[in-house]
Design a protein around this ligand. Structure first.
Ligand code: TRP
Length: 463
């Protein structure tokens, strides 16, 4: 039997269960919740059609995917992390020494590095837009956001500078370590984020016609369910919870042995889902209130559509400031978790100090981010497989690495780890463990495999 690795004291841990929950929820709540989820609901909901049928079926299938796939895989990742007390590579190596499983961890670390390099560019946009919203220039006319966005992304130096600012900000949090850095910051940012999203909700939902958003989001009409809708819902559940690359393995490795894994996983999943739903109600509430047919340009771009919509609303300038503060917080807590995955690898496996790891990895992330920052300007016409570097990196991570990593993680947890190991770690009532095991053995791998097949066949996806 694999021996439990002892955790060296210098490695760090959360001061309490709440630290893990806030940090992991911070990782999960990101642009995926505030932008991709409402956009997918819109795309799958028939908004603006002659007979709008609503996003209820999409939302319901999403919720189902969260419960039978997202939650079980999250529990699996926490189990792998806490039992080993290691970074993703070290975790698989500690649990099944000498096997090929460590390569699943290696894929995760590599994915974290790549994901951070382009996510950091978009994160830089959120910080820049926050600045612009504070000066009020985003909402002077409905087109202001669009013009600012076009100018901003067309400037190569600006793109690199704001990406650098965001990487520095992320590094400043991660260098503080687990309890004194990540936990301290996310414990402030996440409650702040929740307050802001609910504040927006109360500011918007009382307005005329805004409450139509409830029926739009929650009344299920199954007559319009397609394969692409189902794949969208399942893929989004996975991405939104930050699963498939060891982010949760890494955070789980700092969880105390007494803390209950199921409670932690349920809390994180609940918070992530809550933010996605409330943010969508806010956006659809405004759309119904203004009787708009489409959220700005067709893609529903967060940076052009939101300012355009809110600028037409009374008190819109304040709402836009709060909105971009919210988005910036969400982006920062996600980039922090991405950086921590890579940093933890160099600390645990290569024996680097945290400081050296943060400095070197951030510098490398910055360099790798440059082609993505240039994808909207000087390298805009440079295409690899028909995609800019930015689009290519996103395609590789979201469509390939995360589902493949996720599939292998569920197989590892469901088929390789023994029930004795997982029962010992999850430490809950037998029926709950049995249900988890069933999901992680059969349902989750099949669902993730279906998503992969769908991607290969070109069904669904965000474009
Ligand atoms: N969940 C994040 C979002 O909703 C995106 C994401 C996917 C992520 N995988 C991750 C963030 C891993 C941090 C770590 O935006």
């Amino acid at each position: 039997m694999a021996k439990r690795a002892t955790t060296p004291p210098a490695r760090g841990s959360w001061a309490g269960k709440m630290g893990f929950i806030m940090a992991a929820a911070g990782s999960a709540v990101g642009l995926g919740n505030l932008w991709k989820f409402p956009w997918m609901a819109y795309k799958n909901g028939g908004y603006g059609e002659a007979e709008p049928y609503g996003a209820g079926a999409f939302v319901l299938i999403y919720l189902l995917s969260v419960v039978v796939v997202g939650l079980p895989v999250m529990i699996a990742e926490i189990v792998i992390g806490r039992r080993s007390g290691k970074d993703p590579v070290g975790a698989f190596e500690a649990l099944r020494p000498g096997s090929l499983w460590k390569w699943v961890g290696a894929l995760g670390v590599l994915t974290g590095f790549l994901l951070l390099s382009y996510y950091g560019v978009v994160a830089g946009w959120t910080a820049f837009f926050l600045l612009k919203s504070v000066t009020g220039s985003l909402t002077v006319t409905p087109d202001a956001g669009k013009e600012i966005f076009a100018q901003f992304t067309a400037s190569a130096p600006m793109q690199v500078a704001w990406m650098a600012i965001f990487v520095l900000l992320t590094a400043a949090v991660v260098i503080g370590g687990i309890s004194k850095g990540i936990e301290r910051v996310t414990k402030i940012l996440m409650p702040g984020l929740l307050i802001m999203v609910f504040w927006l909700f109360f500011m918007v939902m009382g307005r005329e016609n805004a409450s139509s958003a409830y029926a739009y989001m929650f009344y299920p009409d199954f007559s319009h369910v397609t394969a692409s809708l189902v794949l969208d819902a399942m893929g989004q559940a996975f991405f939104s919870l930050s699963l498939g690359m060891g982010a949760v393995i890494t955070y789980g490795s700092y969880l105390g042995k007494k803390d209950r894994i199921v409670t932690c996983a349920v809390s994180v999943t609940f918070l992530d889902t809550l933010v996605a739903l409330v943010a969508s109600l806010v956006i659809f509430g405004v759309l119904f209130h203004l009787n708009l047919q489409t959220p700005g340009d067709g893609q529903g771009n967060l940076f052009t559509a939101i300012p355009a919509i809110f600028s037409q609303l009374e008190g819109g300038t304040t709402l836009v400031i709060v909105f971009f503060l919210l988005v910036t917080f969400a982006a920062l807590t996600s980039t922090v978790s991405l950086l921590e995955v890579v940093v933890s690898y160099f600390i645990d496996e290569r024996g680097w100090s945290r400081k050296a790891a943060v400095v070197k990895v951030s510098a490398a992330v910055f360099l790798l981010g440059i082609p993505s920052a240039f994808s909207f300007n000087v390298l805009g016409d440079t295409k690899v497989f028909g995609m800019t570097f930015f689009a290519l990196f996103d395609y590789l991570c979201a469509n390939w690495s995360l589902p493949i990593g996720g599939l292998l993680i569920t197989i590892f947890a469901g088929w390789i780890l023994t029930s004795k190991e997982t029962e010992d770690e999850i430490n809950t009532h037998r029926p709950i463990h049995a249900f988890w095991k069933f999901c992680v053995r059969y349902i989750a791998p099949i669902v993730v495999l279906l998503v992969l097949v769908g991607i290969i066949a070109g069904v669904g996806g965000s474009e």
